[in-house]
Design a protein around this ligand. Structure first.
Ligand code: NAP
Length: 238
């Protein structure tokens, strides 16, 4: 275990897109970043590139959040080194049923969305709670989507929508139960961001702007909000 006292942040699905930019912005702010990806080589390459870009401390971690065994071994690795965790950004996500009608759902695709976007994020959070509880300023950011907001929910892509609505429920449940321990848990919608996910659908928002609202929640002061759902720092309806 090394001796650094910088806060430690884990970002999932950080080899590309919004997650990679969140990792970059946190490294730039002096966080020791555990950059995770489901493929070893992609994690290693992205971690080396982000470290070179920022001059920060960025380590690669292999983590497939849809695989409980991968979650268990990543949690074990974090307990050994660096042995601390202050921030968890549950960013990894998949869209499996874009444009599918809710009247003719593809339940296999819905299950795949739930396994990653909901169960994966929830299992990982629970596996890391012991480390987070030991932090003086623990923060959990669940990267959700306006498409998961029940108050303004529309049609189509039912698997993706339900998986993000479930993730938002997890935010409310855990923020309520962990409030007295000082663990701040919030959902973030990055907006419609030009990544491999959003780009083909015509998104124009930059990854820098999409990531900044997530980084804001990851770096909240102790009197910051918990149990909220935010886009660009402003509340959105659950
Ligand atoms: N882009 C948007 O407009 C938008 C809008 C609202 C919400 N979001 C949310 O923002 C988050 C990031 O999206 P993005 O636009 O950056 O998407 P992206 O470019 O498609 O990147 C998704 C990332 O998640 C990773 N991932 C997928 N399944 C995984 C698994 N089982 N375990 C670990 N990592 C996994 C991918 O890894 P691989 O490279 O291995 O596939 C990739 O690194 C997602 O949760 C998404 O739902 C995005």
């Amino acid at each position: 275990m090394h001796e650094s006292t910088s806060p430690v942040a884990l970002v999932t699905g950080a080899n590309r897109g919004i997650g990679r930019e969140v990792a970059r912005q946190l490294a730039e702010r002096g966080y020791e970043v555990m950059l995770s990806a489901r493929e070893d080589a992609k994690a290693a390459q992205a971690a080396a590139e982000v470290a070179a870009q920022t001059g920060g401390s960025v380590s690669a971690l292999t983590l497939d959040i849809a695989d409980p065994a991968s979650i268990a071994s990543a949690a074990e690795r974090l307990r050994e080194d660096p042995g601390r965790l202050d921030v968890l950004v549950n960013n990894a996500g998949v869209g499996t049923d874009w444009g599918v009608s809710g009247t003719t759902p593809d339940f296999d695709a819905m299950d795949r969305a739930l396994q990653t976007n909901f169960y994966g994020a929830y299992r990982l959070t629970v596996a890391l709670l012991e480390l987070l509880r030991a932090s003086s300023h623990p923060r959990i950011v669940n990267v959700s989507s306006g498409m998961g907001g029940v108050a303004e929910m529309g049609g189509w892509s039912p698997g993706y929508r339900v998986s993000k609505a479930a993730m938002n429920a997890m935010t409310r449940i855990l923020s309520t139960e962990l409030r007295d321990e000082g663990v701040l848990v919030n959902s973030a919608c990055p907006g419609f961001v030009r990544t491999d996910m959003g780009g083909p659908m015509g998104a124009t928002k930059s990854v820098e702007d999409g990531a900044s609202g997530i980084v804001w929640l990851a770096t909240l002061p102790d009197d910051g909000p918990t149990g909220g759902f935010f886009r660009d720092g402003s509340p959105v309806a659950f």
